[in-house]
Design a protein around this ligand. Sequence first.
Ligand SMILES: Cc1ncc(COP(=O)(O)O)c(C=O)c1O
Length: 373
Amino acid sequence: MKNNFITFGKPEITQDDIKEIVKVLRSGWIGLGPKTEEFEKKFAEYQDIKYAVATNSCTAALHLALDAIGIKPGDEIITTPFTFAATANVITHMGAKPIFVDIDRDTLNINPNLIEKAISPKTKAIIPVHIAGRPCEMDKIKILAKKYRLFIIGDCAHAIESEYKNTKIGRWADISCYSFYPTKNITAIEGGMAITDNKKWHEIMKIKRLHGISKDAWKRYGKNGNNFYEVLYNGYKYNMNDVSAALGLSQLKRVEKNWRKRDILWKKYNDLFRGAENIKIVSSEEKKGEKHAHHLFIVLLNIDNLRMSRAEIINYLKKNGIGSGIHFLALHLQPYYKNTYGCKKGDFPEAEYASQRILSLPLDVNLNIKNIN
Ligand SMILES: Cc1ncc(COP(=O)(O)O)c(C=O)c1O
């Protein structure tokens, strides 16, 4: 029986993707190696930046980035409570403290006008998250970073194709981190990438992603390898492997083509919901010079006026063959963040408002325009 269920965030895996994966599987080298290096090179080219370090997740890339800029226990890092756990978890992994700043309801991104109030002598960095692929107001964030000498680490998990003021979004931060999780705009099954123009940070991240052992020590098993290596840092096991890289590279080739496909679906959704009484489209308006990555199509449900609860709507969609998602539940109200940092209801009203009402509808290239009606 044909399965017509629309799985939320279903990846598109083509015959070419499979061929590329099989080639690597048969090559005799499936770990960190030449395919990963090629993926780094091509991804850096696409993002118009000098260096890229491939990792096994965006979470790992964010952690490496904070490590590379020298975050220390007790430092404070500003970010949004309207994000996935990974963004703030990596701050706590460094022994630093996440300082949440509320969002703008219309974009679901951090409200740049509230950031300055949250800066203290302990603040070392800001992590803007480009929710759904909508770029944050980076010019305002950059002015503050410069004024208070703060680093910017971009959480670009949703923002592979995003641009702000006609510049790739990743260039607006000191280091920017991407995700290739299965639901993302391109996937490597699991994977991430940290990009930067800074040679020193690039070297550190490259070494630390593989146990802190000397650069290119992964080549030790190859023909020209050297079995001896040095441990230079207390590193991590965060490397990408060549099978994942083969998939990522193959997907990267059609990143713009697939963006154009999602753009058509995006516009169709907008036409459908424009003016709807109980469904508000968020994050859809693009300003001049901006490119939205169209990673997620998120609506705000007018729950006060609807006869069904959000959970009932999700179930109703499921019964009718449509998967949906919630991106995200306000992080400051999650037990760990409440218990550890004393966050409470009412601290970030806009994030809480959105968190209660959001619903993400399917937006992947397996869909066609007839699915949206
Ligand atoms: C905003 C955001 N940041 C970071 C991550 C972490 O990505 P990964 O699963 O590749 O570690 C995600 C994952 O969905 C995310 O949505």
